[in-house]
Design a protein around this ligand. Structure first.
Ligand SMILES: [Zn+2]
Ligand SMILES: [Zn+2]
Length: 357
């Protein structure tokens, strides 16, 4: 901080006798020449020369270093009265920050245009809504543009006046040693306007905390936990700054039949064991539309997965598949006739283990 304060007050280019746009080479050359001239060894007992030598070294330490020089130039450009337009601090360009740090004036963004806050909301969707996409209304309680004064902060029927302290510029000149600096106007907080008769609803802030309805379009295929960013749908900005964003976290309720893996839908179907052995076809539910029939090869295994192309979740860009996992349905009860048949089969398949009889 002290270094930057010093930078404001000292013209290192003048110390080295070079132009502000001098090349790095010229600066080094000038430094070497002056350093030789004023070196204490060459001027024994000469306090003035020693002082000059220190100045030259300090100057070269900054403008002889590319990164420091850039920083120095920026600090100098901000100084006396430079860098500020009639609108006061240009929010977010770093200049305001720099000066704020240097002179301890408040935190970033307390003056000038300020972007509105991002808002967060949680939206619970059922499984099908998430798959299809949905247009819905979110209910939030958040800062909104005041409904009484439309955000001006002035009582309806009145208008904010130009600030007398700064003439509407939002900044005032202030003396700091030999220079005068621009600083945000205390009279208007940098807005350039003052509200004489504050709006009763928002007490002059222009913002009102109230329930708000926001219509949102949730795209097809959102997944549980996914956040959708809706640009410019958050809190309104101040002093002409842009609105923040609205972040909607989607919670997707589970489905009794289907699960998801990205855009793929997962489903389990039970197949009679005889059909798994002999092969056949099984009806598989889909999320939307008529069921599809899945062909099974003879010898289909329990837990085997089968893909039905393009019957998953479809978005504008992509199309998922339906992944069918086969469960083997083993009957818990048999008729006498069935039992006899299975026993006969068993004796054929596994004659050595016996049928348990
Ligand atoms: Zn108001
Ligand atoms: Zn003012």
């Amino acid at each position: 901080m002290t270094a930057q304060r010093e930078w404001f007050e000292k013209d290192y280019y003048a110390v080295l006798g070079v132009a502000k746009d001098a090349s790095a080479k010229d600066i080094t050359r000038a430094y070497r020449r002056l350093a030789r001239q004023f070196h204490p060894d060459a001027n024994p007992g000469d306090a003035a020369a020693e002082e000059r030598f220190k100045e030259i070294s300090a100057a070269y330490d900054v403008v002889g270093d590319e990164a420091k020089r850039t920083e120095y130039d920026e600090v100098r450009a901000a100084g006396p009265m430079g860098g500020f337009g009639p609108g006061g601090f240009a929010g977010g360009d770093g200049l305001g920050d720099l000066l704020g740090q240097m002179f301890g004036r408040g935190r970033r963004g307390t003056v000038g245009p300020r972007r509105g806050d991002d808002l967060e909301s949680v939206l619970t969707l059922d499984f099908v809504e998430a798959a299809r996409g949905i247009t819905t209304t979110l209910h939030l309680t958040a800062d909104s543009v005041c409904s009484s004064c439309s955000g001006s902060g002035a009582r309806p029927g009145t208008t904010p006046k130009q600030c007398g302290a700064c003439g509407g510029r939002g900044s005032v000149a202030e003396n700091q040693g030999p220079f005068s600096f621009s600083s945000p106007c205390r009279g208007c907080g940098g807005a350039g306007r003052v509200v004489e008769y504050p709006c009763a609803t928002c007490r002059g802030s222009g913002l009102e905390r109230r329930p708000r309805e926001v219509n949102v379009r949730i795209p097809a295929g959102v997944d549980d936990g996914q956040r959708i960013r809706l640009k410019g749908r958050g809190s309104p900005g101040r002093n002409g700054g842009p609105a923040g964003d609205l972040l909607v976290e989607c919670r997707v309720a589970p489905h009794p039949v289907f699960a998801r893996d990205g855009l793929n839908l997962l489903v389990r179907v039970a197949v009679p064991w005889t059909e798994a052995v002999l092969g056949g076809s099984v009806e598989v539910p889909v999320l939307e539309g008529d069921p599809v029939r899945l062909k099974l090869k003879p010898g289909t295994q329990a837990g085997s997965r089968h893909r039905v192309k393009n019957r998953g979740i479809s978005t504008q860009r992509d199309q998922g598949d339906l992944i069918v996992t086969v469960d083997i349905d083993v009957p818990s009860r048999l008729t006498d006739e069935q039992r006899a048949a299975v026993e006969a089969l068993h004796s054929v398949l596994a004659p050595t283990t016996g049928a348990g009889s």
